[in-house]
Design a protein around this ligand. Structure first.
Ligand code: 3PG
Length: 398
């Protein structure tokens, strides 16, 4: 995968760097509740500022759909960002046009500024060439450090990359290298763990993975749909019965590709979905009662999964195995995550995880730092697992 990185930059002192980052952070009562994405930008931003560039951060925040929404202004993120960075950060109330140009003209080498939400312009989501030209006029070169927004072909992630010398930032570079190692050119055998509630939201992921990996572990509510397709009565479990044929065709495709699909053969069930319910029990998948629901993979199946992963050299993980937010239905996810983390630490496994609930699940297991790489991306990580080309990445390769 060929793209330029900050190592390819020449002399940047006094030059204006337009750096696309992902500042789309969750907020609660005016405070950032998870600053992972802010921290992810630090290596690129400090490196550029230390080299004397004028660092101009371009980002979206929420989905204002072209409207100028004060509650989605990036001014709200400027102070929290300054605290994470530990340096002064200016806020510029526009990301294109005369006002932005005037404010930027006052900045000096090494200064850092956040420009206003790119999605206040309707042209952003249309990948509008005119908006991209207006943004490009503010900078001398472009850096994309927002892998988590790279699945969007937007003006600040795609069109802009063609108008200025374009480079991958440090976070983007690390992400692309890790993903390439996990699915592009992995050491075999490769296992993928795919969990989550619905098969319908991960059809493309599953269809792509069966042709790429040696072991596919299906967990979460999705496993119920596959069990039901195989004729197992899953009682009241979350299950997409209408996807029976789709599930069977994925299993057929896996057979043809010599991919071993792992579905649970013992499960943790309960009659109600609550923490530590009185009706909790573990049983064989063939013994689920009509009034019970499957809420986690059982301990015997987890042990078998751990044995399978021990034979692998690479692991890709997306989604929890059970209803992990509610105890004790986090047990399977935590146990398997700990096995993967230990194998990674021993040096026998490359483990890459990402998407939606996955980071929260690994944090709950206390092992996020022990994986080889944990992606902060949600939708972009899923599209990458689907084998899609991400427009923001492709633009950097051109
Ligand atoms: C995300 O939160 O996953 C990224 O910032 C992309 O946001 P979007 O889904 O609104 O494009």
């Amino acid at each position: 995968m060929a793209f330029k990185t900050l190592d390819d930059l020449g002399h940047v002192s006094g030059k204006r760097a337009l750096v696309r980052v992902d500042l789309n952070v969750p907020m609660q009562d005016g405070a950032v509740s998870d600053d992972t994405r802010l921290r992810a930008t630090l290596p690129t931003v400090t490196e550029l500022a230390d080299k004397g560039a004028i660092v101009l951060l371009l980002a979206h925040f929420g989905r204002p759909k072209g409207d100028n929404r004060p509650d989605m202004s990036l001014s709200l993120v400027t102070r929290p960002y300054e605290q994470v960075l530990g340096r002064p950060v200016r806020f510029v109330g526009a990301c294109a046009g005369e006002l932005a140009a005037q404010n930027i003209a006052m900045l000096r080498a090494g200064d850092i500024a956040i420009l206003e939400n790119t999605r206040f312009h309707a042209g952003e989501e249309r990948n509008d060439a005119e908006l991209a030209r207006a943004m490009a006029a503010l900078g001398d070169f472009y850096v994309n450090d927002a892998f988590s927004a790279a699945h969007r072909a937007h003006a600040s992630t795609e069109a802009l990359a063609h108008l200025l010398p374009a480079f991958a930032g440090r976070a983007m570079e690390a992400e692309l290298k890790a993903l390439q190692k996990a699915l592009g050119d992995p050491e075999r055998p490769v296992a993928a763990v795919v969990g989550g509630a619905k098969v319908s939201s991960k059809l493309d992921v599953l269809t792509h993975l069966v042709t790429k990996v040696d072991h596919l572990v299906i967990g979460g509510g999705m496993a119920n749909t596959f069990l039901a397709a195989r004729g197992i009565d899953v009682g009241k479990s979350l299950c997409e019965h209408d996807l029976r044929d789709t599930a069977l065709s994925i299993l057929d495709a896996a057979d043809r590709a010599n991919c071993i699909v792992h579905l649970p053969y013992d499960v943790v069930v309960a009659k109600e979905f609550a923490a530590n319910p009185p009706s909790l029990r573990t049983c064989n998948v063939h013994e689920v009662g009509a009034d019970e629901m499957i809420l986690d993979v059982g301990p015997a199946a987890v042990e078998a999964l751990a044995d399978a992963i021990k034979t692998c050299r690479t692991l890709i993980w997306n989604g929890p195995l059970g209803a992990f937010e509610t105890p004790p239905f986090d047990a399977a996810t935590v146990a398997l995550a700990r096995t993967a983390a230990a194998l990674t630490q021993e040096g026998s496994l490359v483990s890459v995880a990402g998407g939606g609930d996955t980071v929260a699940a690994l944090n709950q297991a206390g092992v996020a730092d022990d994986f080889t790489f944990v992606s902060t991306a949600g939708g972009a990580f899923l599209e990458w697992m689907e084998g899609k080309e991400l427009p923001g990445v492709k633009a950097l390769q051109n």
